[in-house]
Design a protein around this ligand. Structure first.
Ligand code: SF4
Ligand code: SF4
Ligand code: SF4
Length: 247
């Protein structure tokens, strides 16, 4: 019996999520290739295919001319997975949505601002039906292998819907607010093992918000630690820019 055909495509992105897939540890790669065939992947293969059982799409949509290509990929795919924060929630690219197009175009190409077509950055959810997502900037490779295997088996992708704080407490970390840092852990989707607060940093939200995040609670915590409105908004902008209730 043929294994499911899997393809990777990219739109506006740094390609870090695809690189994470290429850099899988040998055992992860063996596990994956036991259950799938990779039939199209620009960064790793020259082969192409017409139809795919599972398609992983990296990157946000930032040009009108991207939309027909995205829709064509959707038509040729049984399942589409948003692969990484850019595709899932717009990612860092969507910071430009807070600026006027003329400003960012002339900041990047001062001599010829109209050299390249560019528009608002949006997640692929804005244009096509998406069946699953793998969050993070970049993706977590263990989670990537698990989600693909679950999809092959027809199971739920099994992405956590509880907040990073749960994993942070399980690791017995001292909350970074006590060190004067700001953290979005109470409203951000777990699954990374609270990677940043466990390693001297803070959660800046790369896995996107949990379902029904308690935004008022998060703002209250920030107020208690004397953050100004502008500081809160700057924190939310990086990865939560699509959450309309925040802005
Ligand atoms: S989610 Fe992050 S690592 Fe992945 S493509 Fe976008 S910017 Fe790069
Ligand atoms: S450091 Fe962040 S993730 Fe950890 S408990 Fe505090 S707010 Fe939650
Ligand atoms: S702690 Fe937050 S910012 Fe860091 S990897 Fe996890 S979700 Fe992303």
């Amino acid at each position: 019996m043929n294994k499911p055909a899997v393809a990777f495509f990219d739109f506006a992105s740094c390609e870090g999520c695809q690189l994470s897939a290429i850099n899988l540890a040998p055992q992860q790669l063996l596990d994956l290739l036991e259950v799938i065939d990779i039939v199209e992947f620009r960064e790793a293969l020259s082969e192409k295919a017409d139809h795919y059982d599972i398609t992983l799409i990296e990157g946000s949509i930032t040009r009108k001319s991207d939309i027909p290509r995205l829709k064509d990929i959707r038509i040729r795919s049984a399942l589409v997975v948003a692969f990484g924060a850019c595709a899932h929630i717009g990612g860092i690219n969507a910071l430009k949505n807070f600026q006027r197009p003329d400003d960012y175009k002339s900041a990047v190409y001062p001599d010829n601002p109209d050299l390249f077509e560019t528009d608002m950055a949006r997640s692929i959810y804005a244009f096509i039906k998406v069946d699953a997502f793998i969050p993070g900037c970049p993706i977590d490779t263990d989670e990537f292998v698990r989600v693909v295997k679950n999809l092959v088996l027809g199971k739920n992708p099994d992405i956590p819907d509880y907040p990073v704080c749960v994993e942070c407490k399980q690791r017995e970390n001292i909350c970074v607010y006590e060190r004067g840092l700001t953290c979005l852990g109470p409203i951000i989707r777990a699954g990374c093992g609270a990677r940043c607060p466990s390693n001297g940093g803070y959660c800046y939200g790369c896995r996107g918000a949990i379902p029904e995040p308690n935004i008022y609670g998060q703002k209250d915590v920030m107020r208690q630690y004397d953050l100004t409105h502008d500081q809160m908004m700057d924190t939310f902008k990086l990865f939560l820019n699509h959450n309309k209730e925040l802005f």
